[in-house]
Design a protein around this ligand. Structure first.
Ligand code: TMP
Length: 210
C-alpha cells in the first residue's frame, strides 16, 4: 500500500504550535506538495461535535477524567479512519495539530491516568498508526498563560485549567521528548516565529528526502 507522511504538532495551550503548523503547511503547498491539515480533537464532523463537548466552558467540572479520555479517543478513532489513514495511504503529507502525545501529557501527566492504559486505548483508537515525527513546542507555563490572556479570546474548558495542571502537562511533554528523541523533536517555542518554522521545515524536508 502507498505511504505518505504523518507529522504532528504538540505543546501546552499557548505554545504557538497551531501558528507554526499553518506556516509549515503554507510552505509545503507553495512547493506544490500535497498536504492535509487537520486537528485533534476534531477533523471530521463527528469528531468536531465531540470537540464541542470537550472544550465547552459549560462543561467545566462536569466531565470525569475517564470520560474525558474516552471522548478524546473516540474523536481520534473516527478521525484516523475517516481522514488521516486515507490521506496517508493516498501518499499525502498529513499535518495534524495534536495527536497521541497530547493524551499522554494531558490525561496521563495532567489528570494522572495510567500511561500504560492510555497507550493501549490509544492503540485501539488509532489501529496502530503512529506519527513519523512529532514536533513539541516547549514554552514556560508563564509564557503560555500570557499568550492565552493576550489573545483576546475567552478560555475554553481546558485552557482555564490551573497553572499546576499545565506544569504537569509540560513535564509530560518534556519526558516524552527525552524518552523518544528519534521520533520527537523538541523546539523552544519562545524563539521567533520565522526561525521556528525554518527549524521545523529543515527536519521535515530531510525526513521526506527533499
Ligand atoms: P487545541 O486547543 O490545541 O485545539 O486543543 C484542544 C485541547 O484539548 C487542548 O487544551 C489540549 C486538549 N487535549 C487533551 O487533553 N487530550 C488530547 O488527546 C488532545 C488531542 C487534546
Amino acid at each position: 500500500m502507498k505511504r505518505g507522511y504523518f507529522f504532528t504538532f504538540e505543546g501546552i495551550d499557548g505554545s504557538g504550535k497551531s501558528t507554526q503548523l499553518k506556516r509549515v503547511a503554507d510552505s509545503l503547498q507553495a512547493k506544490g506538495l500535497r498536504c492535509l491539515v487537520t486537528r485533534e480533537p476534531g477533523g471530521t464532523p463527528v469528531s468536531e461535535r465531540i470537540r464541542e463537548i470537550l472544550l465547552s466552558p459549560d462543561n467545566k467540572d462536569k466531565i470525569y477524567p475517564n470520560t474525558e479520555c474516552l471522548l478524546y479517543m473516540a474523536s481520534r478513532a473516527q478521525h484516523v479512519c475517516e481522514v488521516i489513514a486515507p490521506a496517508f495511504h493516498r501518499g499525502e503529507i498529513v499535518l495534524c495539530d495534536r495527536f497521541e502525545q497530547a493524551t499522554f501529557a494531558y490525561q496521563g501527566y495532567g489528570r494522572g491516568l495510567d500511561i500504560g492504559l492510555l497507550r493501549n486505548i490509544n492503540q485501539f483508537a488509532t489501529g496502530g498508526l503512529i506519527p513519523d515525527i512529532t514536533f513539541i513546542f516547549d514554552v514556560s507555563v508563564e509564557l503560555s498563560q500570557e499568550r492565552l490572556s493576550s489573545s483576546g479570546k475567552g478560555r475554553d474548558r481546558l485552557e482555564s485549567e490551573s497553572t499546576q495542571f499545565f506544569t504537569k502537562v509540560r513535564q509530560g511533554y518534556l519526558s516524552a521528548a527525552e524518552a523518544n528523541p528519534q521520533k520527537i523533536v523538541l523546539l523552544d517555542g519562545s524563539r521567533n516565529i520565522e526561525e521556528l518554522t525554518e527549524q521545523v521545515l529543515n527536519v521535515l524536508y530531510e525526513y521526506i528526502g527533499m
